[in-house]
Design a protein around this ligand. Structure first.
Ligand code: GUN
Length: 281
């Protein structure tokens, strides 16, 4: 058996086209969705990410503002900038790129963003809304994973989903989204004993650890759906995920590649959240 690929590039392109259409409809009513992206410091990966976010936004017809600040920016100044953006009617979404320099309390910064503009879905109010089934913004990566499952018409009700990783950004919200679709959810992490025994029971595995080969072929039930959130480099410096892709694809039913899987969908869901923030405003 060779797994079918879930093509994140194609689904993201469709999603962006749909956002662009809805942006035009909103503009016709006099509202241009606006996204502010704040970058503090010189982390090279963060620079690449924010450039992509701004480029995607502009291509979809959104208004986007990139604010760059030196790594020495005092926390109080950053909080003051966020306060101004919270009050700015042209801005519907605010994203502060992480990681932040060590002298800045990232939790305090995230909590200073208005929940109505929290398009990253990192605010405690967003996490609480997801947990309790209230309207709110869902974090882009797990939200994109759900869209990928939806794109193959996968029925989660009653299925066993195993999430590997318990971060606030991916693992925990992913588990909540799967649970909301009536999957039976197991969250695994670094202290889990016999990970393979659990993943072998899984109809769906989401690997979100940030380490190569966390999921190998012997750990996968034939026909399972494998979603790979990892972004790592192999020994040749090539991008790879958390899943041993070449071996696992011979066992799984569906699998997301890296690159070209979850990554493009994460970017697309930021546009969806920003558009929805503007639609709700
Ligand atoms: N750093 C790495 N990924 C992300 C993300 O999705 N949002 C923010 N704000 N920072 C990040």
């Amino acid at each position: 058996m060779t797994a079918q690929l879930i093509d994140g590039n194609a689904l993201a392109a469709q999603t962006r086209a749909d956002v662009a259409r809805r942006v035009q409809a909103l503009k016709a009513r006099g509202v241009t969705p606006g996204l502010a992206v704040i970058l503090v410091g010189e982390d090279p990966a963060s620079h690449v990410y924010v450039r992509h976010k701004v480029k995607d936004s502009e291509e979809a017809g959104l208004h986007s503002v990139l604010e760059r600040h030196p790594a020495t920016l005092p926390e109080a100044d950053l909080l003051a900038r966020i306060d101004a953006l919270n009050k700015d009617p042209a801005i519907h979404g605010i994203l502060v790129q992480l990681p932040l320099p060590k002298h800045i309390d990232a939790a305090r910064v995230i909590e200073s963003i208005s929940p109505a503009k929290d398009v990253d879905g990192f605010h405690v109010a967003s996490a609480g809304a997801l947990m309790t089934g209230q309207p709110g913004f869902w974090p882009c990566t797990p939200y994109g994973c759900m869209k990928m499952l939806e794109s193959i018409g996968y029925e989660l009700r009653g299925k066993h989903a195993v999430v590997i990783g318990r971060s606030n950004i991916v693992g925990k919200p992913m588990a909540m989204m799967l649970l909301a679709k009536s999957a039976t959810v197991t969250i695994c992490h670094s202290a889990t004993q016999d990970l393979g025994a659990l993943t072998r029971q899984a109809d769906v595995v989401v690997a979100a650890v940030g380490k190569r080969n966390v999921l190998t072929a012997d750990m996968v039930k034939p026909g399972a759906v494998i979603i790979d959130v990892g972004m790592n480099r192999n020994d040749e410096g090539k991008l790879c995920g958390d899943v041993d892709f070449d071996a696992v694809r011979r066992v799984a039913g569906w699998i997301t590649p890296v690159p070209g899987g979850v990554g493009p969908m994460t970017r697309a869901m930021l546009l969806v959240n920003t558009l929805e923030a503007a639609e709700r405003s």
